[in-house]
Write a protein that binds this ligand. Structure first.
Ligand code: CAA
Length: 260
């Protein structure tokens, strides 16, 4: 399927997914949410050979400046929860994607943009990046998971402050708080994200996918994360990859994993 607002490039096995609405600072309108949903539910799972996904925004100014406020104004009374649910559904797909998804935050990551970055497995912030949940300025609250994932990443006190004041923070503070994994010079966000994906691609693919599930399970109130880890540890020890990884260690050679 051709997308209007998503740009897809695959380089050396790493897929670069760019939200492409530069004139609106890559704001997420419903069409973009629909396209992201199709991409993560249909297109990305079919691309068996990709090592991971770097998610970024077009241009030099913004990663994503939030939900599209102009379009949001047309949401009718009683429709707000459905609007939020559609965004949350696709953000869960990103969070649970079995290969690494890394946000290359190349500018403003506000509202739904900060929430999109937080749904990714990691965030690389360019030195110019600005993060924030400014929804209270509009008289609404974050609706794409911000009240939950910001607490998970930076703790309740600071999350409460950012969400209640609507203040933006820069890349260094985001890094200090644990929101950004790394800060890099402007323009090097995608390269750093690629570098991490390349490193992960040398590991056992089944182990990587099971580790993503287990880390996410910590935040699932219906799942006993320790019991889940025991179960998935058992699935990894039953793989050919485990035999290969352990044998390669003993033979002092690099492992050649097949993802089986
Ligand atoms: N939705 C729609 N259009 C947006 C937008 C958004 N979230 N953010 C920016 N734009 C548009 C502007 O309207 C402008 O378009 P026009 O030239 O056609 O008017 C263009 O992008 C450039 O923006 P600015 O002129 O405002 O650029 P700036 O440098 O002066 O300011 C900014 C940049 C601080 C990011 C500012 O644009 C801004 O505050 N944007 C809104 C951020 C926001 O409130 N995000 C939260 C949205 S609600 C949400 O996301 C809810 C949720 O949780 C799901």
């Amino acid at each position: 399927m051709a997308y209007d607002n998503l740009d897809i490039k695959v380089r050396k096995g790493v897929l670069i997914l760019t939200i492409n609405r530069e004139k609106a600072l890559n704001a997420l309108n419903q069409k973009t949410i629909e396209e992201l949903t199709h991409f993560f539910s249909v297109s990305a799972p079919r691309r068996k050979k990709i090592k991971g996904i770097v998610l970024t925004g077009a241009g030099e100014k913004a990663f994503v400046a939030g939900a599209d406020i102009k379009e949001f104004l047309t949401v009718k009374e009683g429709e707000g929860s459905d609007f939020a649910q559609r965004g949350q559904d696709v953000f869960f797909m990103i969070e649970n994607f079995p290969k690494p998804v890394i946000a290359a935050v190349n500018g403003f990551a506000l509202g739904g943009g900060c929430e999109l970055a937080m749904a990714c497995h990691m965030r690389i912030a360019g030195a110019q990046a600005r993060f924030g949940q400014p929804e209270v300025n509009l008289g609404i609250i974050p609706g794409y998971g911000g009240t939950q994932r910001l607490v998970q990443l930076i703790g309740k006190g600071k999350a409460m402050e950012l969400i209640l004041t609507g203040d933006m923070i820069g890349a260094e503070e985001a890094h200090r708080l644990g929101l950004a994994n790394h800060v890099v010079p402007v323009g090097e966000e995608v390269a750093k994200a690629r570098e991490i994906i390349e490193k992960i691609a040398t590991k056992g693919p089944v182990a990587v996918s099971q580790a993503i599930k287990c880390v996410n399970a910590y935040y699932d109130k219906l799942v006993d994360g320790f019991a889940y880890e025991v179960k998935l540890f058992g699935t990894t020890t039953d793989t050919a990859d485990f035999r290969e990884g352990a044998t390669a260690f003993v033979e002092r050679r690099p492992a050649e994993f097949k993802g089986e």
